[in-house]
Design a protein around this ligand. Structure first.
Ligand code: AVI
Length: 325
């Protein structure tokens, strides 16, 4: 629920923050926009479509792990008879987690499922759909920032925690930021708590490149949608026909970078400022980092976790890494 304080709504504050982040990115000599703003209602729909498109293998790989290796997940994450909080960061439609939840309920594990997501729409939807599918589930969701959610759950419960961070969401942070993120999550955990993180692995560059440059143009629309969002929410006048999507995968470093390219010299107006683009100039939109298996344990250890187990899909394209705090 949106709160009002001192006459300023959270909604207005979000907008100010959005405007500030956009301006900071577009005023830089190497322009960029933060990919966290991809996910408005239209962006959520486009991302759902990307997850189902033939080239985007990530979702299918992790879905296979959750479907076919559910018992291994349970074995390394849960202890029979020990009641826990199962916290999921950035939950989406929870379709992969469904497999795990079903098995836990079937085997009478005791847990409260605590999803955290920034999207009000996703949280509201989940709070009705999950109890319909699993009538015996205990669910207590949080809408907002991951760390605000972790802080809130720490306040209301002292049960051991199991944290899920699926979907290679960690890949949308550059390596150093991913490291800091894991360290920060660790601060909300007690010794013995567990965390599962989904990583996309380095593989044939053509497979990665295709996943971020799909035939149907969904990824193109997903990126361009952020310009539409800036137009409608911040009053800018981007002509989206004058930008095209470009993505490049660096197979040595494992970094897949998405850009929007300006097709002409042009000026985009905001109510109080204007931003110039040269023909061929790019806006960096997103990083999707791919990892080598061996770097993942080092990342865990630097964030003060002990690696416990790793589960890969049958093609070894994706891994769910399980760590102990
Ligand atoms: C959400 N995240 C893990 C996706 C990814 O693969 O980086 C977002 C995405 N961007 C383009 N396609 C999918």
């Amino acid at each position: 629920m949106r709160k009002e304080h001192a006459g300023v709504t959270d909604c207005q504050q979000d907008k100010t923050e959005f405007y500030r982040d956009v301006m900071v990115g577009l005023r830089k000599s190497a322009k960029s926009l933060p990919s966290k703003y991809f996910y408005d209602a239209r962006g959520d729909v486009l991302f759902q479509q990307i997850m189902r498109c033939p080239e985007y293998y990530l979702t299918r790989c992790e879905e296979e792990i959750f479907k076919k290796q559910t018992n291994t997940l349970v074995k390394y994450l849960f202890q029979p008879g020990k009641r826990v909080d199962l916290i999921e960061l950035g939950v989406g439609d929870a379709s992969k987690t469904h497999h795990l939840l079903a098995r836990l309920l079937e085997k009478d594990y005791e847990f409260t499922y605590r999803p955290i997501d920034i999207s009000t729409h996703i949280i509201t939807e989940l709070q009705t759909s999950l109890p319909t599918k699993f009538p015996s589930i205990n669910i207590s969701a949080f809408q907002g920032d991951y760390f605000a959610g972790l802080a809130e759950f720490q306040k209301i419960s002292s049960l051991p925690k199991i944290v899920l961070f699926l979907g290679a969401n960690i890949g949308n942070m550059p390596r150093e930021q991913a490291q800091d993120f894991c360290k920060q999550v660790r601060q909300y955990l007690n010794k013995g708590d567990r965390m599962l993180v989904g990583f996309d692995l380095m593989k044939n560059p053509r497979i990665v490149q295709a996943a971020y440059d799909d035939e149907a143009g969904l990824t193109w629309r997903f990126n361009i949608n952020l310009l539409h969002r800036i137009n409608s929410e911040l009053g800018a006048d981007f002509n989206t026909d004058l930008f095209e999507h470009y993505c490049q995968y660096d197979p040595i470093d494992g970094t897949c970078s998405s850009y929007l390219v300006s097709l002409l010299d042009q000026v985009v107006h905001f109510s109080k400022e204007k931003i110039s683009f040269e023909q061929g100039e790019v806006i960096h939109m997103e990083v999707s980092q791919k990892y080598k298996l061996e770097e993942i344990n080092a990342l865990a250890e630097r964030a003060c976790f002990s690696p416990i187990h790793r589960i890969t899909d049958s093609k070894a394209w994706f891994v769910d890494a399980i760590w102990e705090a």
